[in-house]
Design a protein around this ligand. Structure first.
Ligand code: FAD
Ligand code: NAD
Length: 478
């Protein structure tokens, strides 16, 4: 007899496990199939995010920032630290402990919600049946009223730069270096390249980032990406644009990277090389030929705005489908699908999903950039305000960056907010709330912000839209 569930979820990352938990909370009988085996050979939930993505990268970003501060940012406060050293082994072990806490936490949540965690691989068959191949034991076929596909994404590989254990690595390998490389190469000046490049640069590596495009961070508002470039190049990150990698050769303990730029063929020799050129949806072994689920031209599972695939009762969420590859987007899609399965109506505002790059300063944005507003033909106005003119930022010695607002000129509605600066990852949520509530610039101008606070920079940027900022030398109202 096949095992029967109301819902079978394939994938236990932030999309899949959130969907499973919400389904269980709504009274459904749920199984979650997850095949991941961690570096200690143990099955683990949590997906890319908890195991080799968001959480471990932030653990290393936090450790490396503390090291940087202890070495270089405390003297100004009158604090003498002496000879500050980094023990990479301890730093990486702490990161592993953080990961274990997260993944064990997810396992506990599944257990407490009565969800069956099936350790192995899932494949969608025709008729909403799922073939389960356990790590140990016989294959079995499960029957489900609903199936949620949440198998995530995997790193894109460059055929001319094959991975070599410990030397040429993807995002997972870059979290486990055993020592600080003297010279680190990074292919791709995207979010992963900049975050992981920052980790090792703070610890003393000379980091060279090779980026194929001629524009730095094209997804980010131009003014903000220019400032980000400026700030990161001050931090041992040598970012080369229009640098197309053509190959790599391992020579002993070094890697020679060949690339072309405006001046022709170039060579770069490094001690470690990180390949971070994007991610692609992971559908390997996921779909039987007759599953009925279709892919789009870029290999994403084809879904509508509510994550429904072409097969009634089969949903797909997270990195597997269109939209930004972000953990919080995956989670919200998982919750939305679970609510829909339980008969509730819920939707996601895809125009209001925040993005953060956890460099220093942090970069965060939501909504339209100035370039996007222009391209859409919006009549827009902008305002900005610098952290250098904010008392709290000055007190904290964190004055780099600014907040920029893009708003509709006719209606005053806030269209986008873009931040580079201290705690941008937290500040951006004020903008998310304002945009979700259809807030206008005037709404935020009239609010009282606590002093002294970094949020006052957001307030002043809103005031600046109409030339009304207080701590500004500008005299005229716009
Ligand atoms: P995943 O997290 O990839 O989970 C999918 C799971 O499905 C995996 O565990 C996989 O083993 C399993 N699986 C696949 N196929 C099968 C199968 N056939 N059977 C059973 N199991 C299967 N996002 C943020 O929002 N903030 C960040 O700070 C951030 N930092 C990142 C840093 C790095 C280095 C990386 C690589 C990514 C980062 N991301 C971040 C992106 C984030 O990790 C992903 O967007 C998120 O994990 C996607 O969730 P998901 O559930 O769709 O897929
Ligand atoms: P990305 O798409 O952000 O950046 C990849 C970069 O590599 C691009 O700039 C691209 O032009 C460049 N590139 C591609 N091929 C190249 C080549 N042959 N030579 C040189 N450069 C090349 O991808 P990523 O950094 O790998 O990250 C993947 C996704 O993971 C992100 O899009 C993001 O959604 C997610 N992520 C999010 C966070 C966060 O939220 N803080 C952190 C890390 C990752």
């Amino acid at each position: 007899m096949p095992k029967v569930f109301d819902v079978v979820v394939i994938g236990g990352g932030p999309g899949g496990y959130a969907a499973a938990i919400k389904c269980a909370q709504l009274g459904l009988k749920v199984a979650c199939i997850e095949k991941y085996i961690n570096k200690n050979g143990k099955p683990a939930l949590g997906g890319t995010c908890a195991n080799v993505g968001c959480i471990p990268s932030k653990a290393l970003l936090d450790s490396s920032w503390k090291y940087h501060e202890a070495r270089e940012a405390l003297a100004v406060h009158g604090i003498t630290t002496g000879d500050v050293k980094i023990d990479v082994k301890t730093m990486v072990e702490r990161k592993d402990t953080v990961v274990k806490k997260q993944t064990d936490g997810v396992a506990m949540l599944l257990q407490m919600n009565g969800i069956t965690w099936l350790q192995g691989e899932g494949k969608l068959l025709a008729g909403k049946r799922v073939e389960f191949s356990p790590h140990e034991g016989e294959n079995e076929t499960l029957e489900a009223t609903y199936v949620i596909l949440a198998s995530g994404s995997s790193p894109i590989k460059i055929p001319v730069v094959p991975l070599v254990d410990g030397l040429v690595v993807d995002n997972a390998g870059a979290l486990d270096f055993t020592e600080v490389p003297k010279r680190l190469g990074v292919i791709g000046a995207g979010i992963i390249g900049l975050e992981l490049g920052s980790v090792w640069a703070r610890l003393g590596a000379q980091v060279t980032v090779l980026e194929a495009q001629d524009t730095f961070l094209p997804i980010v508002d131009r003014q903000v990406s220019r400032e980000t470039f400026k700030q990161l190049t001050k931090q041992n990150l040598d970012i080369k644009l229009s640098a197309r990698v053509t190959g790599s050769t391992v020579k002993g303990n070094e890697v020679e990277v060949a690339y072309t730029d405006a001046n022709g063929e170039q060579k770069l020799t490094v001690d470690k090389l990180i390949v971070a050129v994007g991610r692609r949806p992971y559908t390997e072994g996921l779909l039987a030929v007759d599953s009925g689920v279709t892919l789009d031209e870029r290999g994403f599972i084809f879904v509508n705005g509510q994550c429904r695939t072409d097969v009634p009762g089969v949903y797909a969420i997270g990195d597997l489908v269109r939209g930004p590859a972000l953990a919080h987007k995956a989670t919200e899609e998982g919750v939305m699908v679970a609510e829909m399965i339980a008969g509730h109506t819920i939707h996601i505002n895809y125009d209001c999903i925040p993005s953060v790059i956890y460099t220093h300063p942090e970069v965060a944005w939501v909504g339209l950039s100035e370039e996007q507003a222009k391209a859409r033909g919006e009549e827009y106005k902008t305002g900005s305000f610098s952290f250098a003119a904010n008392g709290r930022a000055v007190a904290a010695n964190e004055t780099a960056g600014f907040v920029k607002v893009v708003a509709d000129k006719r209606t005053d509605r806030i269209l986008g907010v873009h931040i580079i600066g201290p705690q941008a990852s937290e500040l951006i949520m004020q903008a998310v709330i304002a945009i979700e509530f259809c807030g206008s610039v005037e709404d935020l101008q009239l609010m009282v912000f606590a002093h002294p606070g970094l949020s006052e920079v957001l307030h002043e940027a809103m005031l600046d839209v109409d030339g009304k900022a207080i701590h500004s030398a500008k005299k005229k109202r716009k």
